[in-house]
Design a protein around this ligand. Structure first.
Ligand code: NDP
Length: 309
């Protein structure tokens, strides 16, 4: 059994910012990087809106720089995942790791992020990694000169669609409404791209193909007409669900599963447990807001640990 003062769970901008602040405050934190080291930023392309990078920066490079910065001040980054939490109000927090190790800590920062949402069709499960993906950056290159579909109408859908035009012969963006949720700048870029075709008011009824994706069957929700589109890739860009399944039984979450924190703070319903980033942010979900929340969580944890001394 390992004893720690402060454990940070999650390795996106929230986790690493918390780590930078906590290690500079001599709290000697250990950070468990989780199943997706670097988090969602490693699955995006260029980040254009993180202040300080006027030319933009690749998401992967940004989060790696954050990791280096945290390690420079002494954060111990461990490539392990928490498989079970036992959380208490103001007591010792216990973490069971995938490696089998058990860790006890006085303060815990949850920065577990969010995972891509799927529609919930059985075919999405069956054909996962056989044409079904939620990460164009990871899988886009497999779809050279073949048509693909992107489901969704937000910024992620625009970004994925634009990226996929590098490889695919054609990219269909399938959206359930006739207006995009995406920001105007992203929407305009996608609409100006000759390889992208928008399919409006359409919902995916099924994905066609037994062993690999061969197409999608769509229902138009205005006139109920059914249409099939042949494609080899199916990219879900439907937003995200917070990674809070393992902590839900201990701390309050909202109806969508986001961890509830005190207004403008990182305090959860348990003393000694703090939350930051996408797992606790139903509103903004930006790299920069996650980083800001990580900073708050480290400062709140520092004050909490001081209060115990
Ligand atoms: P969003 O929640 O913004 O968009 C999700 C999209 O999926 C919406 O168009 C939504 O439709 C659709 N959708 C959700 N559930 C279903 C369903 N069951 N059936 C059909 N369609 C569905 O998520 P994003 O991941 O796009 O963006 C999240 C945040 O990250 C945003 O704040 C965004 O601005 C930011 N972001 C910024 C980027 C950038 O600036 N470059 C890049 C990527 C993300 P509907 O619109 O009808 O609700």
């Amino acid at each position: 059994m390992k004893q720690e003062k402060l454990v940070i769970v999650g390795s996106g901008p929230a986790g690493y910012t918390a780590a930078v602040y906590a290690s500079r405050a001599n709290l000697n934190p250990v950070l468990y990087a989780g199943n997706v080291p670097g988090g969602l930023l490693t699955q995006t392309t260029e980040v254009e809106n993180f202040p300080g990078f006027p030319e933009g920066i690749q998401g992967f490079d940004l989060v790696m720089a954050m990791q280096q910065q945290a390690e420079r001040f002494g954060t111990r980054v461990e490539y392990d995942s928490v498989v079970k939490f036992e959380l208490t109000d103001g007591g010792v927090q216990t973490l069971h790791l995938e490696s089998g190790e058990i860790v006890e800590t006085r303060a815990l920062i949850l920065a577990t992020g969010a995972s891509p949402r799927y529609l919930g069709l059985p075919a999405e499960e069956r054909l996962r990694n056989h044409g079904v993906s939620a990460c164009a950056t990871c899988d886009g290159a497999f779809y050279k000169d073949v048509p693909v579909v992107v489901i969704g109408g937000g910024d992620s859908a625009m970004e994925e669609a634009i990226f996929l035009t590098r490889f695919a012969s054609k990219v269909y963006v399938i959206h359930r409404r006739d207006a995009l949720r995406a920001s105007p700048i992203m929407a305009e870029r996608a609409q100006a791209n000759a390889k992208i075709e928008f399919v409006w008011n359409s919902e995916v009824e099924d994905i066609l193909g037994q062993d690999h994706v061969e197409g999608v069957r769509l229902r138009n929700n205005r006139d109920n007409s059914v249409r099939e589109i042949a494609c080899r890739g199916y990219f879900a860009a439907l937003g995200h669900v917070p990674n809070t399944l393992l902590v839900k039984e201990f701390i309050a979450t909202d109806e969508k599963g986001y961890i509830k924190v005190a207004p403008d703070r990182s305090l959860t319903t348990l003393a000694g447990v703090f939350a930051a980033g996408d797992c606790a942010d139903p509103h903004y979900r930006q790299a920069i807001t996650a980083a800001g929340m990580g900073c708050k969580a480290a400062m709140d944890a520092e004050r909490y640990l001081e209060s115990l001394a």
